[in-house]
Design a protein around this ligand. Structure first.
Ligand code: NAI
Length: 734
């Protein structure tokens, strides 16, 4: 038999070497072809008396197998979307049933338990990363050999896109490593290295890379009669399991409480994983894997999981691969990048650029400042080396790529400029002129301005078609999103180069329109304002912060305001007032900002405190003095009301940005929200969330909030029209 995705080679001892090699893919994944081939091979293997056992390995240098093809899962599973519940279950159960057949040899479990029958031995020879369904096939083998390389990742990361390991992972992991280890692996989704996997009992052998296949074959030869431990009589979970074992009971009480505390009931996958572990631990394997498939299917058919897969995986990857890039512009070679301004942003930009492999000329007006900017990278590298995250050699190489300077001549052979000097149009204009005088005629000039329109800055450029905005977030080395802002005259080459650069530094780009605040800075201020208005109304600050966290925001809006600083908020308010004159519409937080910043000196975290206190060496806590100036009112909203208000304070401006074309598509709006300001990832982003609740329900809720709190909650006209027409943001496929 021949296969599209497998090479099967039987040696003179009758041992089949099965090499997984999915054609046309740089990494093996479970797609429809591999699933079909593997099922066929298992049948052929079990039927062929001349084949005594098998070793499964990968033909890719990139790794063993990276899990399921999420594009396939997102579209309803292998072979298209099944219709009836039964068909859906069978589809979700496909790999479970094939793996089970392989590990039992198709023999009845009773016969295995009595020692009357055995499976043909199968060993895994793991030569690179094995994640999700890639690790699950390994677990279904009777013996597991892994290459001795600490960089190899073994894990079940499905939870990160709202799923659970659905090919036996929630059942075999606890039977090998105990409930606690299995729960850690599956609910956090973080991979472990081969040595840890061996210590936990997940794999048996860690050997030099060139010996994995030989060692696996050796085991198969020496063990002609294989039975999994859980198919033997008297099997017990390592560390205890089942409903009556006090250790397991204790574990489930603690694990459940902890998981819900951390995730605020927003991630059903975590709860289902714990349910799989619990329910699966009180029944035999054949029932356990059916329970797992039941929960897997529940997740797979939920809008929430589909949203998460779409935004956090499919659309993120598409954006990173350059979906928005003009196709006919040849790829740019960015070997050397000039970074102008070595302050907070420039220093971070220099670091991520050098980390991406390019040389950096880091220019400031004073050498001391430029060197200080490089010092930022030195600190990160030092920390990385001391924690074993990067070798000293690699760290030194990275630092050697950054050259601090004050001399514009050093920019003469750069391939790209990123400007991050003071947010002052005159300073920027001067820097643009001086830089363009030395750089090559076709070099793209990008500005990291956060408020100045790109089209306005491009006026100072001799080559406005080569001028563009690349807007980073602070801290640059941690924040994953970058906004790309073409000005009116920016050409395709500028856009293509900006996207090539973002790819080099491995961040997620969205392309946005050239308007004040671009996308994220149009949404975040109204959200933070809403929280401050709530304080001014007398709503308890703790309620506000907890409501946001309960929504799934990483930090509360008052803590975030402290981070970005109340002083900056006041400055922006004053400059907007000046700029708009009579047209300025008060936001209602003017008095609060003046009181906090000017009267009380509570400017934010960096200035010693704002809404929070930051005791040295201690944990931050809400400032008790606040209620003296903004008394807590007797009437407090319910948690649900507070959550709704904070949610819509983000949904409304985000939908306005989409309606006004500031973000061109729902995909970018969702990516920008989750990766730009931490919008609740479980929703898949604000546009996905609006689709899930229904555009009509969103419009009605927004209108009722507008009646209660003010016109700022009114939904954009476009959304009213969409509601009337019954349209969705993501079209019918969503
Ligand atoms: P910063 O004040 O920390 O750094 C600015 C640096 O530019 C200083 O080191 C200064 O010496 C240098 N500089 C000033 N004039 C210069 C000149 N003529 N030639 C060379 N160097 C000069 O400011 P920060 O926060 O790094 O901001 C820089 C830019 O990034 C601004 O346009 C800002 O709006 C933008 N931005 C800031 C964000 C933030 O969170 N701070 C976020 C996104 C963008």
């Amino acid at each position: 038999m021949t296969y599209k995705t497998l090479n099967v080679d039987v040696d003179s001892d009758g041992i089949a070497l099965v090499t997984i090699d999915v054609p046309g893919k740089s990494m093996n994944v479970w797609d429809a072809d591999l699933m079909q081939d593997f099922a066929n091979w298992v049948d052929a293997f079990l039927a062929d008396e001349n084949v005594k056992g098998a070793v499964i390995t990968s033909g890719k240098a990139s790794g063993f197998l990276a899990g399921a093809d999420l594009n396939m899962l997102g579209s309803g599973g292998a072979g298209g979307a099944p219709t009836s519940k039964k068909e859906q279950f069978e589809s979700a159960f496909t790999l479970n049933s094939v793996f089970r057949k392989l590990e039992t040899g198709g023999q009845p479990v009773k016969a295995l338990q009595k020692g009357e029958a055995f499976a043909k031995p199968v060993a895994a020879a793991v030569n690179g990363l094995a994640l999700g369904g890639g690790l699950e096939i390994v677990l279904a083998c009777h013996h597991r050999v892994v290459a001795d390389n600490p960089k190899i990742q073994l894990g079940v990361p499905e939870v990160q896109v709202g799923l659970l390991p659905g090919a036996g992972g929630t059942q075999r992991l606890p039977r090998l490593a105990g409930l606690q280890n299995a729960a850690m692996l599956a609910t956090q989704g973080k991979p472990i290295d081969p040595a840890t996997a061996k210590a936990q009992g997940i794999v048996q052998d860690v050997v030099p890379a060139d010996q994995v296949v030989a060692k696996a074959k050796e085991w198969v030869k020496a063990n002609p009669k294989a039975v999994q431990p859980w198919d033997k009589k008297g099997f017990k979970f390592p560390g205890g399991g089942g409903a009556m074992d006090p250790r397991a009971v204790q574990f489930f009480i603690g694990a459940n409480a902890m998981a819900q505390k951390e995730t605020n009931h927003n991630y059903p996958a975590i709860q289902y994983i714990l349910s799989c572990l619990y329910e699966g631990s009180i029944v035999p394997m054949d029932t356990a894997i059916r329970i797992e498939s039941k929960y897997f299917l529940k997740l797979l058919s939920s809008a929430q999981t589909r949203n998460m897969i779409r935004t956090l995986f499919i659309n993120k990857q598409a954006a990173e691969k350059g979906e928005q890039r003009p196709k006919d512009v040849p790829a740019s070679e960015l070997k050397k990048v000039g970074v102008l301004g070595a302050g907070m942003m420039g220093a971070g930009i220099a670091y991520v650029t050098a980390k991406g492999g390019a040389e950096v000329v880091l220019l400031d007006r004073d050498l001391e400042y430029a060197q200080k900017g490089k010092g930022y990278s030195e600190k990160i590298v030092e920390k990385g080396v001391s924690r074993g995250k990067v070798t000293k050699e690699k760290g030194d190489e990275l630092l050697a790529r950054i050259t601090p300077t004050t001399d514009y001549d050093d920019l003469k052979d750069v391939d790209l400029i990123i400007e991050a000097v003071f947010e002052d149009p005159d300073v920027k204009a001067d820097v643009i002129k001086r830089t363009e005088a030395v750089i090559g005629k076709d070099v793209i000039f990008a500005s990291n301005t956060s408020t100045l329109p790109i089209t306005g800055l491009a006026i100072h450029s001799e080559r406005p078609d080569q001028f563009i905005g690349i807007h980073f977030f602070s801290p640059v080395d941690k924040m994953p999103l970058v906004e790309i802002i073409p000005g009116e005259k920016s050409g395709d080459k500028a856009l293509a180069t900006a996207l090539d650069y973002v790819r080099l530094i491995k961040k997620t780009p969205i392309v946005v329109k050239d308007t004040r605040g671009f996308y994220t800075n149009r949404v975040v201020p109204p959200y933070l304002n809403e929280a401050m208005l709530m304080v001014a109304e007398g709503i308890k600050p703790a309620l506000i912060e907890n409501a946001a966290k309960s929504l799934g925001m990483p930090v509360g809006p008052l803590a975030l305001t402290d981070e970005t600083s109340l002083e900056l908020g006041l400055r922006i308010m004053n400059s907007t007032k000046k700029e708009l004159g009579k047209d300025y519409k008060p936001s209602g937080v003017e008095d609060l900002l003046v009181k906090m910043v000017e009267d009380l000196g509570r400017k934010g975290r960096k200035s010693g405190g704002g809404f929070y206190e930051y005791p040295e060496g201690g944990k931050k806590h809400l400032w008790q003095g606040l209620s003296e100036y903004f008394p807590v009112s007797k009437d407090q909203p319910s948690l649900e009301e507070a959550k709704e208000r904070l949610l819509y304070a983000q949904l409304i401006p985000a939908s306005q940005c989409y309606a006004e074309g500031i973000v061109h598509d729902p995909q970018s709006a969702d990516l920008g929200a989750i990766f730009g300001w931490g919008f609740a990832p479980w929703t898949g982003g604000p546009m996905s969330h609006i689709d899930t609740i229904g555009v009509d329900a969103f419009v009605r809720k927004a209108e009722s909030l507008a009646q209660k709190y003010g016109a700022r909650f009114n939904p954009p006209e476009k959304f009213r029209d969409m509601a009337k027409a019954g349209d969705k943001l993501y079209g019918k496929a969503a």
